[in-house]
Each structure stands twice: as C-alpha cells, then as structure tokens.
Design a protein around this ligand. Structure first.
Ligand SMILES: Cc1ncc(COP(=O)(O)O)c(C=O)c1O
Length: 487
C-alpha cells in the first residue's frame, strides 16, 4: 500500500508493487521466447536471439521484450478481473458456423462501431441497400485481410493484382505477397518527420506507371510511426481507390490508441460521406472493409477479437471464402470481449483514456531521456499521438555501413537491434522496414510497466548507447559482460 502511494500510477490498480510487475514482464517474455527444440526455434528469429542470450546466463538481467505488442502486465485491469470471474454459457463451446460471429455478438459490435465512428446519422439517412454489417471476428484481422486478398486474386483471374501500401507500415506485404500479389509501397520518410508527403507519393506512383490498383490500404493512426494522417492524406488514398475502382482496406487497429487531447481522424466516416456522392457507388459499396481489432486498445492482443465492418455482400463473400481453409474457434474470446463492451463499457472507455494518456507520458519521458542522456537529436526520434510505439534511429556509426559496406537499410536496423540486444537484453523490433530503403529506425513498444521502461533506458545508458557512439556494439561478443566499447 505504501509503495502504491509513492508511485500513484494507472496500473497500481493491479495492487501489485512495481517490482512485481517488472517480474511479471520478465516471466511473460520468457514464456513467449523459450523453445527447447533446436529445430522448432529455427523459424523464429526472436526465439533464436533469446536462446543465445539465455545460454549466456542473461548477462544484463532478464530479457525485456518490447518488440511487437507484449502486454504481460498492462491488460486493462477490469477486463482482467472479468476474465478471472467470467461464467460462460454452454452455448459458446461449439464450432463456429459463421466466421463473422454470432448474431448476438455482431449486434454488440455494431453498437460500438456506430458509436465510436459516429455513424448513426449515416444509417438513419441512407437507403437500406447502403447499410453495412458489423462482424465479430475472432482470429486476428490478418486472416480477414488474407481472405480479402484471396477474393481479389480470384477476381483478377489472369492478371497479377496490385496492392497499394506504404513503407514503413505494418506487415501488409507479408499477407499479400504470400498470395503472389504485387505490393507497392508509398514512401514515408524521416525527411518529413514521417508525415506523408503527397507530392512524393504522386511522384512515386508516376514512376511506377501504375495501370491497375486492386487494393488500397489506409492506416490513419499509423503503425509504426505513431503519426496520425490528416484527412487530406486519407482523401488522397480514397481518390486513388475511386480512380481505379479498387478495394479499400481501412485498418483502424489504433483508432482508440490516440492521445485523447487530439481529435481522432475518423476514416470510415470520411469514406462513407464520400461514397454518398459518387456515380458508381453500388460497385464501391461492396469494395470496402474496415478492421478494428480490440487487442491494441485494451492491451490484450492474444485474444484476437475484432470488429469488421463491410457491406453485407462483401462480408458474405468473405465468410464463404474462409470455409476453404479453416474453422474459426474463438467464440469464448468473442464472448469475453462482448461482455466487456456491453456490461462494462464505462470501465472500457475509462481505460482507453487513461491508457492513452499514459502512453503519451511515456513517449515524452523516453524522448527527453534519449535527447538529454543518449545524445539523440530530436529528429532521430519519432513519436506521434497514435499507437503504443516510439521509433529511434540507429546511431550514426551503424548508418555509415550503408556507404562503407553497401548494406541495405533493413540489414542496418537488424544489425543494430541484434547487437543492442546482446549488450542489454532488450529485444526491439529491428528488421521492421524490410521492403525498401526508407530509414534506419527501430521500434520500441511502450506497453509495459513504467519501471520496465526505466530499466530499458538504464540498460541503454549503461551499455553506452549514444547517437554519436564511435564504435558499434560488439555483437554476440557483447554476451560476455565485460566487453567494453569506445563511447
Ligand atoms: C496496423 C495493424 N493492423 C493490423 C494488426 C493486426 O492486429 P490483430 O492481429 O490484433 O488483428 C496490427 C497488429 O499489430 C497492426 O499493428
């Protein structure tokens, strides 16, 4: 109790001392990264890194895992409580007939989407043939995006489909290249502080001599930069989708992970307003989809539950396609999320605000520390109002490898983040920008306890991380603790 008063922070609601929460993070990291099979481990770069660090006796302390979206201690406390006490009705234990959820779950999701995206007026004013459906999807939106890709591939018949994505960006390329689709990457660079530059985008598209676009992706609350795109950027992408009659994927993964003091850009509303006034709206009404996973906003990625919004025709086609490859088995997770959104909505809303304010504070503190203590210039760190990530640049000594050793940007960031791991035990998302020569930045996930983040910074400083460090970290040799580097 005394400890809580000294550190009155959001997650003291857990009624656990800070040190305990840091321990819980270590335990979570270990649970996800340990793999006793040499062969199985080959398919996970992070498990391979961990094995080396672990075998060396964890020289800088237990592994801190801040790469993708590791939420071992920060799950919304009242959601956690609900999970601990929930009683499941037996009806939720069967196979799922419908990938887009039970009727009762879909209606709960619909209420949330209408409210969060202010779409009630839309529904009340457009003819019924333009009413959308909201699904309760249970196995990560990646799968639903994949099904959309399969549908597009079928439609394109003899031609390779084109997807318009951006770089850096989430792993849309992983989804669509696996379907043999061609993915184009609009550049977002540190030259414009990771704010999209529409002139650059137009130049890029002209250079590609684009004939077809079959899918345009919009990720307004942008992962990994955390910048929120303006409505001009959103409209630019909508214009392209309309010009090419392409499908439109509105990825709203971080719609509710946004600094609450900054108005959120409501992409789906902008899109539906535009749709009212176009000539071929019947065609385009069946060509858009919005995905909104709830893992990000309540820090429970492992649940994999999302609201998916689309026209009834498109949703029905996607449901048909998913049968080809598997069953969806997440009804229990869907029921937990729906109880949370129906019976505990006030707690859920409160958590979103508190979590986003806390993320904003974390970004500010880390930026200040890196600028003051690690010699980072302001523009070598990227933060924005959205998402739970912060980007920072590889020190200049790593960047020089581009000319000296003709290394690609993604090799530079991988080299830097691996060697930083061997010298600190902090695992970041390194090979993030793998598709083009954009910017040698690595991504730090901020979804762990503040004490854990402080420990990350302490280890960075102790290891000698500095923007202008003269020598690189010693790589695997760093696992022998006493290797000194020339700061
Ligand atoms: C931008 C973006 N879209 C989609 C996803 C997939 O989320 P989920 O697997 O929770 O559906 C992620 C996950 O990190 C993401 O960052």
């Amino acid at each position: 109790m005394e400890e809580e008063q000294k550190n009155p922070r959001l997650l003291d609601i857990f009624k656990l001392p800070c040190a305990k929460r840091v321990e819980l993070h270590y335990a979570g990291a270990r649970a996800h990264l340990i793999n006793s099979s040499d062969i199985l481990r080959q398919s996970s770069q992070e498990q391979q890194l961990y094995e080396k660090y672990h075998s060396a006796g964890e020289p800088y302390g237990p592994c801190i895992y801040s790469s993708k979206g590791e939420h071992f201690t920060e799950v919304a406390p009242k959601l956690k409580k609900l999970v601990e006490n929930i009683k499941f009705d037996l009806k939720y234990f069967g196979y799922m007939e419908y990938a887009y959820g039970l009727e009762e779950h879909r209606q709960i999701m619909k209420t949330i989407i209408l409210r969060d995206h202010q779409l009630t007026d839309y529904i009340n004013t457009v003819p019924i043939e333009y009413h959308f459906e909201v699904g309760c999807f249970m196995n990560s939106t990646r799968l639903c995006m994949y099904d959309l890709g399969r549908l597009i591939v079928q439609e394109c018949k003899d031609r390779k489909p084109y997807v318009l994505s951006f770089e850096p960006g989430w792993d849309y390329a992983g989804v669509y290249e696996s379907l043999n689709m061609e993915v184009l990457h609009l550049p977002i660079t540190h030259k414009t502080e990771f704010v999209p530059d529409l002139n650059e985008w137009t130049k890029y598209l002209d250079k590609q001599k684009v004939k077809h676009l079959d899918l345009v992706i919009i990720n307004t609350q942008h992962n990994p930069t955390g910048k929120q795109w303006t409505s001009d950027v959103v409209n630019y992408l909508i214009d392209l989708a309309l010009k090419y009659h392409s499908y439109l994927l509105i990825d709203d993964a971080y719609y509710c992970v946004n600094d609450p003091r900054i108005p959120v850009v409501n992409t789906v509303k902008l899109w539906l307003e535009r749709l009212k006034y176009i000539q071929f709206k019947d065609e385009m009404f069946n060509r858009w989809i919005q995905t909104r996973p709830f893992g990000k906003q309540f820090n429970c990625n492992a649940m994999g539950v999302a609201a998916v919004t689309a026209s009834p025709t498109l949703m029905s086609r996607l449901n048909h396609i998913y049968w080809d490859h598997h069953y969806i088995n997440g009804c229990l997770n869907a029921e937990i999320m729906c109880q949370w959104l129906k019976d505990h909505l006030h707690d859920a809303d409160e958590f979103i605000v508190e979590n986003c304010l806390e993320l904003t504070r974390k970004k500010k503190i880390i930026r200040e520390f890196m600028e003051k203590e690690l010699g980072y210039p302001s523009n070598a760190i990227c933060t924005g109002p959205s998402t739970s990530y912060l980007l920072f640049q590889a020190p200049t000594v790593y960047q020089q490898d581009k000319e000296k050793e003709n290394k690609s940007i993604s090799d530079i960031t991988e080299d830097f983040s691996n060697s930083l791991f061997y010298s600190t035990g902090v695992m970041l998302s390194g090979k993030l920008f793998s598709h083009s020569d954009v910017s040698p930045f690595v991504r730090l996930h901020l979804g762990s306890d503040c004490d854990n983040l402080e420990e990350i910074l302490r280890r960075f400083k102790q290891a000698g991380l500095n923007y202008q460090m003269k020598e690189k970290f010693p790589g695997e040799k760093g696992l022998k603790k006493n290797v000194k580097i020339n700061k």
